[in-house]
Design a protein around this ligand. Structure first.
Ligand SMILES: *[C@@H]1O[C@H](CO)[C@@H](O)[C@H](O)[C@H]1NC(C)=O
Ligand SMILES: *[C@@H]1O[C@H](CO)[C@@H](O)[C@H](O)[C@H]1NC(C)=O
Ligand SMILES: *[C@@H]1O[C@H](CO)[C@@H](O)[C@H](O)[C@H]1NC(C)=O
Ligand SMILES: *[C@@H]1O[C@H](CO)[C@@H](O)[C@H](O)[C@H]1NC(C)=O
Ligand SMILES: *[C@@H]1O[C@H](CO)[C@@H](O)[C@H](O)[C@H]1NC(C)=O
Ligand SMILES: *[C@@H]1O[C@H](CO)[C@@H](O)[C@H](O)[C@H]1NC(C)=O
Ligand SMILES: *[C@@H]1O[C@H](CO)[C@@H](O)[C@H](O)[C@H]1NC(C)=O
Ligand SMILES: *[C@@H]1O[C@H](CO)[C@@H](O)[C@H](O)[C@H]1NC(C)=O
Ligand SMILES: *[C@@H]1O[C@H](CO)[C@@H](O)[C@H](O)[C@H]1NC(C)=O
Ligand SMILES: CC(=O)N[C@H]1CO[C@H](CO)[C@@H](O)[C@@H]1O
Length: 498
């Protein structure tokens, strides 16, 4: 399978100010049984032109591997360290000096996420959250890095109540004692509100009230669009409605100029039998539409044209994640760096999207007769004039040394040279066209976009697996109960509008 190409705009600056180009980043969770080495991770990011990432910790191996890569990095303080850091400014200063100052600027750290959904997953740390944020910020000020590196904390969208219509949304008042000083801090330090948005869960928990198309950014007939009765604004997707609900919830507390970035969103490609909409097709649709939507600078109905840069959850499928099957299947890639699906990114305006969906290869037909294969291989490398030198001993495609692997290489090379006509992938009936990229290791097949990661030499310290792993998103708990009611209202509103 050819590689998907996430071609991203270069953000001019990490500061999420209104008029700058939005970007797409990717979250890197590490709960994999065979987590690729940091150098392999970075090779994949480069191959996919991913220029913004968020780590769930401050893994030394990753920070070293990301140095001088041109990739912008948001690092995180894991939730279990919030209490310590929120209690002691010297602990905070030590953390900053070890994990930030030691790596900046060769590793381009642009933000520090203090915890992850702390209010909803670790409420007993909530009273210290703002302290932790402020101590970390003070340490950056002391190092003169506070302009380059912003401090914030990703919030679950479930703390926003009555999120539809967005104009009536407000933060769960239980958290105002934390949120008001936090928003004050974000405003005065020029930082942004970090929001995790999961239309998948909203959709799942709505019991059919939210149309799937509305969650997936698919065009809706006008009578299905959700209309905010107060503003008469039409919402055509859950994502925009949640972002606008956040703006309104902030405005309700009198904060009107704090930008939002979405620190997590995505869609799982596989699920349990009771998660029928966790499919490859839906995951591809969601993420492809999301990327186009963000990079198109459409903004949201409340703030048209205002960029909401967004980090996709997530780079790899995390097979070690507990919970339902969907939890293990949010990734764009598997541990080998093979894409789980090929994003559909053509037609996205200024985006240099390369639609690789039609990428095809010529491979050996299953069950083909070995003698006929050998004859076809001999023909391809002889009269067929395929350059078969990569199949020689010591060359990248020598291994595995068997007729099937060698014939596949020769067939595919011939097929591409002949312009991928179906006649060119026949070889007396022992060959077949496939969409799966047969490349392996450093053996790159014609037509392949160059998966990478397997042949890289190890140069960085290894990933600290004990401290790694993305904290669980609060699956099945994160959408507020109210979102169901809210979405019933969505439908009512549309009816009223008609
Ligand atoms: C680091 O990222 C910032 C924000 O995107 C950018 O302005 C700056 O040029 C980058 N620095 C390097 C060395 O790439
Ligand atoms: C920590 O706080 C104490 C007292 O509040 C202050 O004297 C000290 O300078 C602070 N240290 C740092 C590293 O900010
Ligand atoms: C608001 O937050 C409190 C504290 O976490 C929680 O107990 C309550 O259920 C939340 N309210 C709603 C409507 O979600
Ligand atoms: C917001 O500002 C208005 C007008 O200044 C004031 O009446 C209201 O109490 C403020 N609300 C909050 C939550 O501070
Ligand atoms: C991109 O934005 C333009 C207007 O700003 C809009 O007409 C177009 O439909 C958008 N395309 C996508 C794919 O969202
Ligand atoms: C898209 O991929 C093809 C290879 O199939 C390559 O020739 C072309 O330059 C790529 N286009 C862009 C915009 O990357
Ligand atoms: C992919 O194939 C479809 C159907 O054959 C065709 O309509 C589309 O234009 C192709 N896309 C590219 C980029 O070649
Ligand atoms: C990999 O690195 C080791 C030392 O770190 C070196 O001895 C070895 O030659 C390298 N291998 C390759 C293929 O570069
Ligand atoms: C790895 O993580 C553990 C647990 O967080 C920590 O005690 C240890 O110091 C870390 N090791 C390195 C090399 O960062
Ligand atoms: C398949 C492929 O592109 N392999 C390359 C991955 O990157 C290493 C080092 O950067 C190259 O040596 C491989 O050829």
């Amino acid at each position: 399978m050819a590689l998907l190409t996430l071609l991203l705009l270069l953000a001019v600056s990490s500061q999420a100010t209104a008029d700058e180009d939005p970007y797409i980043g990717v979250n890197i969770g590490t709960d994999l049984s065979d987590m690729p080495h940091p150098t392999q991770v970075v090779a994949l990011l480069k191959a996919q032109q991913i220029r913004h990432v968020r780590l769930y910790n401050a893994d030394q191996g990753m920070l070293v591997a990301l140095a001088n890569s041109g990739i912008r990095v948001m690092v995180s303080i894991p939730n279990e360290q919030i209490l310590g850091i929120g209690q002691s400014n010297s602990t905070a200063a030590n953390w900053v000096s070890r994990n930030i100052v030691a790596h900046y600027p060769s590793t381009n750290i642009t933000a520090i996420c203090v915890g992850s959904e702390v209010l909803t997953t670790l409420p007993n740390a909530a009273p210290l959250l703002v302290n932790a944020i402020k101590f970390v910020h003070s340490a950056l000020v002391a190092s003169n890095l506070d302009n380059q590196i912003k401090v914030s904390t990703p919030l679950s969208s479930s703390i926003i109540l009555d999120s539809f219509p967005p104009s009536q949304a407000f933060f769960n008042r239980s958290w105002n004692q934390v949120l008001v000083p936090m928003l004050n801090f974000l405003q005065s330090s020029g930082s942004f509100l970090m929001l995790n948005v999961y239309p998948y869960y909203d959709y799942m928990q709505s019991n059919g009230v939210i149309p799937l198309d509305y969650a997936l950014f698919k065009p809706l007939p006008p009578n299905k669009e959700a209309v905010d009765a107060n503003t008469l604004v039409h919402y055509s997707n859950v994502f925009d409605a949640m972002v606008d609900a956040t703006y309104f919830a902030m405005a309700f507390l009198n904060f009107t100029n704090i930008p939002v970035i979405v620190t997590e969103t995505g869609w799982p490609s596989k699920g349990d039998s009771n998660e029928p909409d966790a499919t490859i097709e839906n995951a591809n649709t969601y993420n492809s539409n999301l990327i186009r939507h963000v990079l198109n600078k459409t903004g949201t109905p409340k703030r048209p044209g205002i960029s909401v840069s967004t980090y996709i959850y997530e780079l790899y499928n995390e097979d070690m994640k507990p919970g339902p099957i969907s939890e293990k299947n949010w990734g764009l890639f598997d541990a080998n760096g093979d894409p789980v699906y090929i994003l559909r990114l053509t037609g996205s305006g200024s985006l240099l999207a390369n639609d690789t969906t039609n990428q095809t290869y010529c491979t050996v037909k299953e069950g083909a007769d070995p003698k006929m294969l050998q004859a076809a291989l001999d023909w391809a490398c002889g009269p067929g004039k395929v350059d078969c030198s990569p199949l020689l001993q010591g060359k990248p495609c020598y291994q595995p040394d068997n007729v099937i692997a060698h014939a596949t290489y020769a067939f595919d090379t011939y097929y591409h040279r002949m312009g991928k006509t179906s006649d060119a992938c026949n070889f007396n009936g022992v060959a077949d066209i496939t969409t799966t990229d047969p490349s392996h290791g450093s053996c790159l097949f014609p037509g392949s976009f160059g998966r990478n990661g397997t042949m890289v030499n190890i140069t960085a310290p290894s990933m600290n697996s004990t401290s790694s792993g993305s904290p669980g998103r609060n699956f099945y708990g994160s959408g507020s109960l109210t979102s169901i009611l809210v979405l019933i209202k969505v439908m009512l509103w549309s009816v009223i509008f008609l």
